[in-house]
Design a binder for this molecule. Structure first.
Ligand code: SF4
Length: 241
């Protein structure tokens, strides 16, 4: 017989919740009380969570975000100071041939695609947006190499605009298989489910708190459940206690 704790009935019951449409859509699994507990725990665990990429302006963050695909923020931060010193403006990047840029960003992996995206996005920023990184999701998504996740990073961290929540692989794992905030099969659906559960004024910081929680506590292999403050409200089959 399993030693795993049985889930608390209050997780599913109606007594502790004021239901929102999103909660109803999730079959009543996540109550507003449960969500408040998650938000409080994240606030205590990671009060200073922020974007780990180093940048001085929105354009540098956009470039760093493209470089961070399939690469650690730490590695990106190792190469960007010299990169931005060498090419200080969007015009500098727009004038580059991708093959030239490849040599500067080689160590971040997928360097051919990234060089093409960065030079093409820079050209568009210069030609269509007056050399400034656009401030709307709609416009950002027209830039080569920029998908919703990257756009959320740029809008949230460079402009302080809460456009959505950054959903990375850690957030997807925690949201779907661990804390079960979403049953979504795509990052877009997972993001939409979370957006419906988290107050808008928490979206920007929640993005980074959620990712840190997945990296440091609710890890892919052997999650640190014994140290997890959310263990009492987690009934994931992947729990280790
Ligand atoms: S109890 Fe374990 S599986 Fe559940 S959220 Fe915490 S670390 Fe993740």
């Amino acid at each position: 017989m399993s030693n795993r704790k049985q889930p608390s009935k209050t997780l599913y019951g109606k007594s502790d919740i004021s239901r929102t449409p999103a909660i109803m859509a999730l079959g009543g699994y996540t109550s507003s009380a449960r969500m408040r507990r998650i938000l409080t725990a994240f606030g205590k665990l990671f009060p200073n969570a922020h974007c780990a990429l180093v940048y001085r302006n929105p354009f540098q963050l956009l470039v760093a975000t493209i470089l961070s695909a399939q690469c650690t923020d730490k590695r990106v931060n190792q190469i960007t100071p010299a990169l931005f010193q060498k090419y200080p403006t969007p015009q500098d990047f727009a004038a580059l041939r991708p093959e030239v840029l490849e040599q500067d960003i080689y160590s971040t992996g997928f360097f051919r695609n990234k060089a093409r995206s960065i030079t093409a996005a820079s050209k568009r920023i210069v030609q269509e947006f007056g050399g400034r990184v656009p401030q709307t999701m709609e416009d950002l998504l027209t830039l080569p190499g920029i998908a919703r996740k990257s756009a959320n990073v740029v809008l949230g961290s460079a402009y302080g605009i809460a456009s959505g929540i950054v959903v990375d692989t850690h957030a997807i794992r925690v949201a779907t298989r661990r804390l079960r905030l979403s049953q979504g099969k795509s990052p877009e659906k997972v993001e939409q489910d979370i957006l419906n559960l988290v107050p808008r004024n928490r979206w920007i910081q929640f993005s980074y708190q959620f990712s840190l929680f997945g990296r440091e506590i609710c890890t892919a292999r052997h999650p640190h459940c014994a140290e997890c403050p959310l263990e009492p409200i987690c009934d994931s089959p992947e729990k280790t206690v």
